[in-house]
Design a protein around this ligand. Structure first.
Ligand code: ZN
Ligand code: FE
Length: 239
């Protein structure tokens, strides 16, 4: 059975994601940027939310937890962090759990926040990566170091190349402007930007991206070392 992923814009530039298995009815919201929008998207499809999987505590990722928990009485999984509202199951990375008969692997990816985690489903070749990696970008280092982010990106790049990466924000075109400023000779990057521009012009999301695409085009991956990642991240913060 195939898992269905519904993706929809929330807030100013977040994406909401629903993961659904038609056979069991299991439905997970990955992060809760906007409880009303997530509930409306469930209603429109006739889905009942059974789980919430949080990637990190930021309000644009966990802000809808309480309202959705109240409405659906769903299980809330999230990192070991006080600021995850209504959490039932604590995760820190390295564990796995079952969703609709599939194994979901939890990976600790510090850098953006200390306890950031991502959710990888090997059998579906996809991962929900929160604010760790974006198409042509990576999360700001609010709580972690360049070394941690480099290690986190390396873990994501170690997933199979076809793995789809569901990033939590539509940042691609603004990331592209910075990316060309540091890696403008990279033909794969220029091709990725063309592709992203065409998608946005057609009103389509640039998410998901893939491990293969980011390996070749993402300036924080092609940085090649934690030190260079740190240098580029500092440049981008002021870009
Ligand atoms: Zn965040
Ligand atoms: Fe965010």
């Amino acid at each position: 059975m195939t898992l269905e992923v519904a993706l929809f814009p929330c807030l100013s530039d977040n994406y909401g994601f629903l993961l659904h298995d038609a056979e069991t009815g299991a439905t997970a919201a990955i992060d809760t940027p906007d409880a009303r929008e997530i509930a409306a998207q469930c209603e429109a499809r006739g889905w009942q939310l059974t789980e919430i999987w949080n990637t990190h505590w930021h309000p644009d990722h966990a802000g809808g937890n309480v309202a959705l928990k109240r409405r659906y009485d769903c299980i809330v999984r999230g990192p070991e962090q006080d600021a995850i509202p209504a959490r039932d199951v604590t995760l820190s990375g390295g564990e796995s759990f079952e969703f609709a008969g599939r194994r979901v692997e939890v990976i600790h990816t510090p850098g953006h926040t200390d306890e950031h985690i991502i959710y990888h489903i090997p059998s579906a070749e996809l991962a929900f990566v929160g604010d760790t990696i974006f198409a042509l970008g990576c999360g700001r280092l609010f709580e972690g170091t360049p070394e941690q982010m480099w290690e986190s990106l390396s873990q994501i790049m170690a997933l199979p190349e076809a793995t789809k990466l569901y990033c939590a924000h539509e940042y691609t075109l603004s990331n592209a402007k910075f990316a060309v400023s540091v890696d403008g000779d990279n033909a794969d990057l220029l091709a990725a930007i063309k592709d992203a521009e065409a998608k946005r012009a057609a009103g389509e999301p640039t998410v998901p991206t893939t491990v293969a695409a980011e390996k070749r085009a993402n300036p924080f991956v092609t940085a090649g070392s934690a030190a260079e990642l740190g240098r580029r991240r500092a440049l981008k913060d002021k870009f």
